[in-house]
Design a protein around this ligand. Structure first.
Ligand code: ATP
Ligand code: MG
Ligand code: MG
Ligand code: MG
Length: 492
């Protein structure tokens, strides 16, 4: 019988806890605590950062952590890790996902970490070794970083053949927390969904056939402010594996959306829609568009549920603005593509709670509140859609149709005042067969749009890309002139 996602998760946690003496630490909320460099928690290590930086209060329980395991709620939308654009288009990136991880803080290092990972994947989960590819750090002459020969040797002793043990550079296989601080090489495990061939060239190549599943980071250096590298007194291991991807491997599915983490949700969405069932297609053609809508809505309702339960509400800046966009994007896909009635999104919350509530109980206890927040925001958005429709209609009725160029100021006001994504404005005008004064609109956008990059110690970029300078000042967001870059990006 197929391994359920719940069993996949508990097998991971039990393996490290019971077999290898790790302490189980619960997931932190997705709203980062005391870390202004982050919009959302985006990796299991976020809550352990003080340990790595050596800033833990000695009286805190964290001070005694040596071996730790957890499954962390992560959101990658906005900021340094922004996977929002991929969601729905591919079948491996979500805005919300669970990251399974094990840590050593000054305890075991490379050898034990690799052996445990390999034993879990191949013996406990039973993944055929010949479907796995492993990458290691090739070194980087420019930054005087040596290749990670030790990791290569360990994998080779474990039995990974040379053709499946692949060197990669800084971008893929070196991890740094920021411009300075702890850093080190990493080694990643990839799974070939196809098999029976040499798939080395598909590793780290954005192929749906060979998917990265597990990242093992070895923190061995500290990069000083003057950029010199020193060996850390305490060596640490930080790993992260995407649960949804692992489950797809173990359930023999090519797509995360075909696993039991998503199929009940997709079924519920179908029940409320007026279109055919989910077909698992990608691409721009009709069924591909419908299927993308299914994936987007299934993804976004998980993110909305988890975020709102953790106290991040759709709003006007930072993480809250990102969430507002996610909500509006989900509403549009429900209405425009799936032809589902108002209230659909909120009605999916119990299914999310059913799927994840045993592990993250706030999804049960906060479900009513989550549904209220979603419904309120949906009503608001739908009513501004209507208002926008009326505004367009009024403007058109005053225009001379023969030379119809829609005034840019009205299009801009749809965006600025009614909060429509710009591509929706385009679409609404296109549907009515009118062209907007593109040049003038671009000018308004250029003048008014601001991308704020808050450079922090974490080198993490916080992007608040619909705020004007005036709004920044009103919200008292710290910024300097040269940290502001004007940039226009089509709103999702
Ligand atoms: P990718 O290259 O596929 O974007 P990544 O290298 O950005 O992944 P890491 O930061 O190494 O990912 O995170 C560790 C693991 O978390 C990945 O190996 C993957 O299994 C999982 N993961 C990362 N991003 C996502 C996402 N957006 N949705 C689902 N799982 C993810
Ligand atoms: Mg990524
Ligand atoms: Mg990667
Ligand atoms: Mg990675």
């Amino acid at each position: 019988p197929e391994l359920s996602a719940a069993r996949v998760r508990s097998t991971f946690l039990d393996f490290f806890r019971q077999k290898h003496g790790h302490l189980l630490v619960p997931s932190s909320p997705v709203r980062p605590r005391g870390d202004p460099s982050l919009l959302f928690v985006n990796a299991g290590m976020n809550q352990f950062k003080p340990i790595l930086l050596g800033t833990v209060d000695p009286r805190s329980p964290m001070a005694s952590y040596r071996r730790v395991v957890n499954s962390q709620k992560c959101v990658r939308a906005g900021g340094k890790h922004n996977d929002l654009e991929d969601v729905g288009r591919d079948e491996t990136h979500h805005t919300f996902f669970e990251m399974l991880g094990n840590w050593s803080f000054g305890d075991y290092f490379k050898e034990e970490a690799c052996r445990m990972a390999w034993s879990l994947l191949t013996e406990h989960y039973g993944i055929p070794a010949d479907r796995l590819y492993v990458s290691f750090f090739s070194g980087d002459a420019d930054s005087r970083l040596p290749p990670d020969d030790e990791t290569r040797r360990i994998w080779s002793e474990i039995g990974v053949p040379p053709g499946r043990l692949l060197p990669f550079g800084l971008k893929e296989n070196f991890w740094e927390m920021g411009d300075s601080g702890p850093c080190g090489p990493c080694t990643e495990i990839h799974y070939d969904h196809v098999g029976g061939r040499d798939a080395a060239r598909f590793v780290n190549a954005d192929s749906p056939d060979v998917v990265e599943i597990w990242n093992l980071v070895f923190m061995q250096y500290n990069r000083e402010v003057d950029q010199t590298l020193r060996l850390l007194p305490q060596l640490s291991v930080d790993t992260g594996m995407g649960l949804e991807r692992l489950v797809s491997v173990l359930q023999g599915k090519r797509s995360n959306y075909d696993t039991d983490l998503f199929t009940p949700l997709i079924h519920e969405i179908h029940q409320r829609s007026k279109v055919g069932p989910y077909g698992g297609r990608t691409g721009a053609a009709d069924q591909g568009r419908v299927d993308m809508a299914y994936r987007v809505v299934a993804d976004h309702i998980r993110t909305l549920s988890v975020c709102i339960a953790d106290g991040v509400h759709p709003g006007m800046s930072g993480a809250e603005l990102v969430l507002r966009r996610i909500l509006r994007r989900a509403v549009r896909f429900c209405v425009e593509v799936l032809q589902a009635p108002q209230g659909t999104l909120a009605s999916l919350v119990p299914a999310v709670a059913h799927s994840l509530g045993d592990v993250y109980p706030e999804l049960h206890s906060e479900a009513d509140r989550v549904m209220d927040v979603i419904n309120e925001n949906e009503v608001q958005f739908l009513s501004s859609l209507e208002q926008g429709g009326r505004l367009i209609h009024r403007t058109l009725s005053r225009m001379d149709y023969k030379h119809a160029v829609f005034p840019a100021s009205v299009a801009w006001s749809l965006h600025r005042d009614l909060g429509f994504p710009l591509d929706l404005v385009d679409l609404m005008l296109e549907e009515r067969g009118v062209q907007v004064d593109r040049q003038e609109l671009d000018r308004l956008i250029q003048n008014d749009k601001v991308v704020l990059e808050l450079q922090s110690g974490d080198r993490c970029q916080v992007m608040l890309d619909v705020l004007s300078l005036a709004e920044l000042q009103r919200l008292q967001v710290p910024h300097t002139d040269d940290s502001l870059k004007y940039q226009y990006r089509l709103d999702q």
